[in-house]
Design a protein around this ligand. Structure first.
Ligand code: SF4
Length: 420
């Protein structure tokens, strides 16, 4: 049995633990996160994405953390503690993993918040592994190798493809259930490709991507039914997480809409690019600046290859990151990059340019950055694009689901009126 090694209150995730422990990961973006398990397993870890999805588990988060932290942090802590208490795991053989952005918002401090909560709940012996690319809190039992970065890059691109195309096809499918059946099949194909540890781990399998997109294009659809298109933007957790947003994607579909959710991959590029911006402006390591710049350029190339394939089969062609960035110019400064920062504003403008003026802007309680870059920008956007039909939805412990639904329905009613 692996020995517990402490560094202050921190339990180190050791090499022995890599063999014996299961790593629990909070759920967030379903189309993307499932690939992480394949990647981690192919690298010799045991891992699981948590499936406890009841919003009430936030009460566990509130019990063990301060009540002024943001809703995503409370949900993540609540999901961990609820899973640990469930009796479904050997609590002496689990670790938890969480990403750390290294930026200015609470996403950099989740680790200490979770640690504090675990100590309070009596689980101080559970290691908390930081997933980051900026050298925060290292552990001998976990390291992000270059091979893993290449696999992760591909997995984010694959997740984006699946999310975009499923959303484009499912509202119009003729045979109910066909899109999700194809999704499962294609997901398994792509999952296999992120599990290779040889040369294939480093490449972008163009032919495989082509096969996947082609397969979706063969699904029989009826596009004579006109449905309002609704874009979903906002804070990264509540934008993608069905747990955080009361299953917003499904709610919108049930209300007869086509959902458009922006790329997660652009968020990844934005975090690298933000470091470039800061070093240029305020100084810092030129080497880090250069390597981040190269990373953005390199992975953009992969995205462009995929965009071409998506376009070939008639789906919406993703906009290159640099062009998306230009859209925010004149609206919000590029230095605003805490939380989703200028990217959120750029995504709203991009949707409006693409004739999707109907937008749900998801806002978690306790998130100052997103109230500025989301809600705070709406008047400016409306002044420039009078056709925009944007509703902000607060995800809060005290906001009732029915209240959220009513606001969404009002936005949809306006969308339908405007379509006429
Ligand atoms: S962006 Fe907002 S909600 Fe998300 S972690 Fe930061 S403070 Fe919390």
């Amino acid at each position: 049995m692996a020995k517990l090694i402490y560094e202050g209150t921190r339990v180190i995730f050791t090499k022995e633990m890599k063999k014996e422990y299961k790593i629990l990961i909070p759920s967030m973006a379903p189309y993307h996160f499932d690939f992480f398990i394949d990647i981690l397993e192919s690298e010799g870890y045991q891992a699981e994405i948590l499936q406890n999805h009841n919003f009430d588990l936030i009460n566990e988060g509130m019990k063990y953390s301060h009540n002024d932290i943001c809703v995503p942090a409370m949900l993540v802590i609540g999901q961990f503690i609820d899973a640990i208490k469930s009796g479904g795991y050997d609590v002496r053989k689990i670790a938890v993993m969480i990403s750390q952005t290294g930026g200015g918002c609470r996403a950099s401090n989740y680790l200490s918040l979770i640690r504090k909560a675990f100590i309070k709940a009596g689980y101080e012996y559970i290691p908390i592994v930081s997933f980051n690319s900026v050298g925060l809190e290292s552990n001998p039992g976990f390291n992000i190798s270059n091979r893993m970065i290449f696999k992760l890059t591909n997995s984010l691109i694959y997740g984006d493809i699946l999310m975009q195309i499923v959303n484009e096809v499912i509202p119009y499918e003729v045979n109910k259930g066909e899109t999700m059946a194809v999704y499962k099949e294609m997901h398994n194909l792509l999952a296999k490709s992120v599990s290779y540890n040889d040369l294939r781990a480093w490449l972008m399998p163009k032919r495989l991507v082509d096969k996947v997109v082609k397969r979706f294009s063969e699904i029989e659809v009826d596009r004579t039914v006109i449905k309002p298109k609704v874009g979903v933007v906002g804070e990264i957790y509540v934008k993608y997480s069905p747990l955080g947003n009361n299953d917003l994607e499904q709610v919108l579909r049930d209300e007869g809409c086509e959902v458009i959710t922006p790329s997660i991959f652009d968020f990844f590029l934005y975090t690298f690019d933000s470091t470039v911006h800061d070093i240029k402006k305020y100084g810092g390591s030129k080497l880090i600046m250069f390597s981040n710049y190269i990373t953005v350029e390199f992975v953009e190339r992969r995205k462009k290859i995929v965009a071409k394939i998506i376009d070939k089969y008639g789906f919406i062609k993703p906009l290159p990151y640099r062009e998306l960035k230009k859209l925010a110019k004149g609206f919000i400064g590029y230095g605003t990059h805490v939380g989703e920062g200028w990217l959120l504003t750029a995504e709203m403008i991009h949707l409006i340019h693409n004739k999707v003026p109907n937008i749900v802007c998801t806002q978690p309680f306790g998130c100052l950055p997103n109230h500025i870059a989301g809600k705070g920008m709406i008047k400016r956007i409306k002044d420039n694009f009078p056709e925009s039909n944007i509703v902000t939805i607060d995800y809060d412990t005290s906001a009732t689901e029915i209240n959220q639904l009513n606001r969404i329905r009002l936005m949809i009613a306006n969308a339908k009126k405007n379509m006429k």
